[in-house]
Design a protein around this ligand. Structure first.
Ligand SMILES: *Cc1c(COP(=O)(O)O)cnc(C)c1O
Length: 412
């Protein structure tokens, strides 16, 4: 339970996420005398991650945001190109495109899942569409078969924002291995964490792996040609990067330092081993909320399509319009009773920076209706005890009763 939030039931908590094993491995790394950057822990974490996903490359970086920024660089977009994304995601998904000449088109979501509605892609895509950057909202895999079929037919690359999706499955396969690039976050609110901040970028292409290694390692992202030139007497290891062996034909962009530290990677490795248990606990919490809500008529659930396993980063449900319950009044009633509610996410196209680029009300009516009138995200994290869960469900019933009109002004 949070000591600082003032809520009896905080939206999220670190409880259950960090345990003795994480503290043990930190002790091991910190007392090993080995360098705290660019060592064997990072390699082991990346190796375990790529094996889990079944992809050729998993390269760690300092955050999910940086993973997405680098993914966008790999796409080599030009001014005038277009990218399709979801309005129902965290701003980091396409923030790197703000201030560029690349045009973002928001594809509205499916009302049952809050993932991109693949039936709308045809209307949103144009001849300039180069990429789809989608999110598996809340940990529920997007409709990848339909999206990939559309993308492949039109020569469009697909990036999965998997910040919520670790532990999820789509037809038996993990997100991050379902499209061209996967981007993960290990922020402390996510399924696993690497000391609060961290990220991973996943794909199969070897040429991209070379570019990501250069970008995250403070070298440049360029197009090079071997010079065939001879090294001097001094060993090559003493020259930076490709000095003396290559010419730079074209610079795409300078690199940066996005190296995950050894303590972070070591904790990530331990967390990955605990992933199944952490996911199982999330699932149990979500299933109990599902069962409780299904017994009443106030809420409609987020629908998990057949063949998908939900990662349960967020617990999402919707107030039924005919239930007589006003969503905003319900949120206030929950907050007054100590249950912290976050509505995730404010429709991205309505943020001021995107409105300044011409986006606005009515562009994604399904996402807008969900966020403004129906959507509710309840606390769901592995640290919740059965007692806390019982208490939350009791408070939810109480809050619904408190805001439901007493006179028969509605029909159920
Ligand atoms: C958390 C999150 C990110 C960013 O990850 P950070 O590690 O916090 O930078 C990106 N996209 C989504 C959907 C997220 O929830």
């Amino acid at each position: 339970m949070s000591q600082t939030s003032g809520y009896t039931l905080p939206y999220r908590s670190l409880g259950g996420l960090i345990g003795d094993e994480e503290i043990g491995v930190l002790q091991e790394v910190l007392t090993s005398g080995e360098p705290l950057s660019q060592g064997r822990w990072r390699e082991r974490f990346e190796g375990a991650f790529s094996a889990l996903l079944g992809v050729r490359h998993a390269l760690s970086v300092t955050s999910g945001t940086v993973a997405l920024e680098i993914a966008i660089r790999l796409l080599e977009l030009a001014p005038g190109d277009e990218v399709i994304t979801s309005p129902q995601t965290y701003q980091a998904t396409v923030q790197a495109l703000l201030g560029t000449g690349v045009h973002v088109r928001f594809c509205d979501v499916d009302a049952d899942t809050l993932n991109i509605d693949p039936a709308l892609l045809g209307a949103v895509a144009t001849s300039r569409t180069r990429a789809i950057i989608l999110v598996h909202y809340g940990g529920l895999p997007a409709a990848m078969n339909e999206i990939m079929k559309f993308a492949r037919a039109h020569g469009i690359l697909v990036v999965e924002d998997c910040a919520h999706a670790l532990g999820a499955l789509y037809e038996g396969r993990p997100p991050g291995a379902l499209a061209d690039i996967g981007c993960f976050s290990f922020h402390s609110s996510k399924t696993i964490t690497t000391l609060g901040e961290g990220g991973m970028i996943t794909f199969d292409r070897d040429d991209w792996a070379e570019r990501v290694r250069r970008i995250r390692g403070n070298e440049c992202d360029g197009v090079y040609r071997e010079t065939g030139g001879r090294l001097t007497e001094v060993p090559k290891a003493l020259y930076p990067g490709l000095a003396y062996t290559h010419d730079c034909l074209r610079l795409r962009a300078p690199g940066t330092n996005a190296t995950m530290s050894e303590p972070a990677a070591a904790v990530g490795l331990v967390q990955l081993r605990r992933l199944a248990a952490l996911s199982a606990r999330r699932r149990r919490v979500a299933e109990r909320i599902d069962a409780h809500l299904a017994a009443g008529a106030t809420f409609r659930p987020q629908v998990t399509p057949a063949g998908s396993v939900h990662g349960h980063h967020l617990y999402t449900c919707f107030v039924r319009p005919g239930s007589g319950v006003d969503r905003d009044a319900l949120v206030r009633a929950l907050e007054e009773r100590g249950v912290e509610v976050w509505l995730r996410y404010f429709p991205l196209h309505l943020l001021p920076e995107w409105r300044a680029r011409g986006h606005g009300d009515g562009e994604c009516p399904v996402a807008e209706r969900a966020w403004f009138d129906e959507q509710l995200n309840l606390p769901c994290h592995p640290g919740m005890t059965d007692g806390e869960l019982d208490r939350m469900l009791a408070v939810l019933d109480e809050a619904v009763a408190a805001v439901r009109p007493r006179s028969g002004t509605h029909v159920e």
